[in-house]
Design a protein around this ligand. Structure first.
Ligand code: ZN
Length: 306
């Protein structure tokens, strides 16, 4: 809790740069057929958060709703290119606006599902504050957004049996946020990971807890899966999970080395940044590395004191 509060203060200033600037801004949405009846819409004109939809016999399940109503409308158009079945529920993988601000387009489903901490982060004044914060970053199309929090929540695990599909919603630990969900379709060996996994992109870590995140990724790595849909970036396989975990482990150990030598935050950034920039030079969003070092420095400074 302490880490979270202090982290929010320290990182508030860089949030906009972190989330809302990146090379994917200019790319258009692309629909990828992941498996029969399962599609992921990757990239986008604004923010490159992924949306996945599953066409079941009973209707369509939508996972994450993008950053604004215009993008959510495009998602609806794309779904309608594939099916005229009703949309029966939405799942939010976490509270960040680039995954939830399109929820209002789907409120007729009466089933927007997420971890309980997502509702806490989006209901009432908290949700309005998040919207205002994202608006202040200059993201377009937010004037029409009404924050719609999930109305079906769970704590540790939830299972849905819909139209021939079995979806497990899992929250093995926090990590990217304190309300992360990954969706596991065991029979299809498919994981829809939300922002626990970024594919070849330095992750946003403004609400992150490294130890928890690494634990969650280890959990996902250990279950039987073959196809991984990240929160941002292209659909991949298990190596995408492992690469994300290794990034976080490298960040953790490099920062801890500096901390154990009594280095300041700036000294730590100056020492660690070039190592990570070189190691991850083919990833997007290298400019986020400094803030990630800051977040790790904060987490382990506080842990060392406690
Ligand atoms: Zn996120």
């Amino acid at each position: 809790m302490i880490i979270n509060k202090i982290g929010r203060v320290l990182l508030a200033g860089v949030f906009c740069v972190l989330i809302f600037a990146g090379p994917a801004w200019a790319e258009g949405m692309k629909t990828v057929r992941v498996l029969e009846n399962i599609y992921t819409i990757v990239h986008g004109e604004g923010i490159d958060s992924n949306t996945t939809f599953i066409i079941t016999e009973e209707g369509v399940v939508v996972i994450d709703t993008r950053v604004n109503t215009a993008e959510a409308e495009k998602v609806l158009e794309i779904i309608r290119e594939h099916t005229d079945k009703p949309i029966i529920c939405v799942i939010n993988t976490h509270y960040h606006g680039d995954h939830t601000f399109g929820n209002q387009l789907f409120r007729d489903t009466h089933s927007i599902i997420a971890h309980e901490n997502v509702r806490k982060a989006l209901v009432g004044p908290a949700g309005q504050a998040h919207l205002e914060k994202v608006k202040s970053f200059g993201v377009s199309g937010l004037d029409a957004v009404k924050v719609v929090p999930p109305n079906v929540i769970y704590r540790d695990r939830m299972e849905l049996f819909l139209g021939g599909y079995h979806l497990m919603l899992m929250h093995p630990a926090g990590g990217h946020t304190d309300g992360d969900t990954y969706v596991y379709l065991k029979e299809l060996r498919l994981v829809i990971a939300g922002d626990l996994v970024f594919n070849k992109k330095i992750p946003y870590m403004g609400d992150a807890y490294l130890d928890e995140w690494i634990k969650a990724l280890q959990f996902i790595e250990d279950i039987d899966n073959e196809i991984v849909v990240p929160g941002h970036g292209d659909v991949g396989g298990k190596p995408v999970i492992i690469a994300m975990k290794h990034y976080l482990m490298s960040l953790r150990s490099l920062v801890q080395d500096q901390l154990s030598s009594g280095k300041s935050l700036k000294e730590t950034q100056d020492a660690v940044r070039p190592i990570l920039e070189e190691k991850y030079k083919d990833w997007a969003n290298l400019k986020w590395i400094d803030a990630n070092i800051q977040r790790a420095y904060l987490e382990y400074s506080l842990k060392n004191k406690s």
